[in-house]
Write a protein that binds this ligand. Structure first.
Ligand code: ADE
Ligand code: ZN
Length: 334
């Protein structure tokens, strides 16, 4: 099954570029930028990757990104991810970035965007991976901050596919961002949002009804609400599920307790993704592998997950069909 998963063409729809910052690259970049990390070695840093919840992880995630200073840094980070994704047969990636994590510490929005974008263009030409960018608002900051960030993004609309919502969830409901999402939507940007990772099912409902998101990122807690599950299935709302993230952030206790198979059985449009792979111990294939082993997923389940990854993407119908045909060619007729 591991080799079947490895060869399966797939899209990744939930990956934070700052969460792909491998400790080796982080240390090399810190040295070249003259930045001191509060760890003596790569191993000491890795030893700190033992999280009790989302906030515990976010503290290290924001600390790690302070190493990113120049356009070249953002390029190198993105390029490293794309090469790693290519090895997992990722054909298309919709990548989150957190501009406020950079602009707050004096790095220009354009430095971030230009570096990431240059790598995405090279990824398409040299690796054959297409990419789209989704700019996330940090939900623990005020909506006014998000509004200013949207203003910056609107000057670069061609390169930004959509907006998302991430960071500390509990106490920061989607409704807090109603106005900025409405403005993003009116400007033609797609909307997605993290909901139901640590927050309640009600946040998933708000993301749908108030932010009008096209996908829910995570969505685990939606399972607490039967009516909501029925709606998600009926409306075929994609959930970008991140199994190893859920394990490492104690959203689920064990891999066998993960609800992915239950979600599939309830007819939900689920996809498997890596979230912050440098911090959570594996890229997208490792997430598929962990779930296949723990939940005894069949080849059919795996093909459904890969098909869903393209169906739930923001590619055109014709692009989706070309990828779905590649899956069929690989896995046999449906
Ligand atoms: N930012 C990076 N990873 C995240 C996650 N899993 N949840 C919320 N915000 C994040
Ligand atoms: Zn995430």
């Amino acid at each position: 099954m591991t080799s079947f998963i490895a060869g399966l063409p797939k899209a990744e729809l939930h990956v934070h570029i700052e969460g792909t910052f491998e400790p080796e690259l982080m240390f090399a970049m810190a040295a070249r930028n003259g930045i001191e990390l509060p760890y003596d070695s790569i191993d000491a840093l890795k030893a700190a990757y033992n999280f009790s919840d989302l906030q515990d992880f976010l503290n290290l995630y924001y600390q790690g990104m302070t190493v990113l200073q120049n356009e070249q840094d953002f390029h190198d980070l993105t390029w490293a991810y794309l090469e790693r994704a290519r090895a997992d047969n990722v054909r298309h990636a919709e990548i989150f970035f957190d501009p406020q994590g950079h602009t707050q510490r004096g790095v220009a929005f354009e430095t971030v965007l230009d570096g990431i974008w240059r790598a995405l263009e090279a990824g398409e030409h040299r690796l054959g991976i297409t990419g789209k960018l989704i700019m996330c608002f940090l939900r623990d900051l005020p909506e006014a901050d998000a509004e200013r960030t949207l203003d910056m993004a609107l000057a670069h609309k061609r390169r930004i596919e959509g907006v998302g919502l991430d960071s500390a969830e509990v106490g920061h409901p989607p409704s807090k961002f109603a106005r900025v999402f409405a403005r993003a939507r009116d400007a033609g940007l797609r909307c997605v949002g993290h909901a139901g990772e640590e927050g309640p099912a009600e946040y998933v409902r708000e993301a749908l009804d108030i932010l009008r998101v096209a996908r829910i990122d995570h969505g685990n807690r939606a399972l607490d609400d039967k009516t909501l599950v029925a709606r998600l299935a009926r409306e075929r709302v994609p959930l970008t599920v991140c199994p190893l993230s859920n394990l490492r952030l104690c959203v689920v206790e064990t891999a066998t307790a993960h609800p992915l198979k239950t979600m599939l059985d309830k007819g939900l449009m689920v996809t498997v993704n890596s979230d912050d792979p440098a911090y959570f111990g594996g890229y997208v294939n490792a997430n598929y592998d962990a779930m296949q082993t723990a939940l005894n997923l069949s080849r059919e389940d795996l093909v459904t997950l890969a098909r869903n990854s393209f169906e739930a993407s923001f590619l055109s119908r014709a692009e989706k069909d070309a990828h779905l045909a590649a899956i069929e060619a690989y896995a046999g007729a449906p």
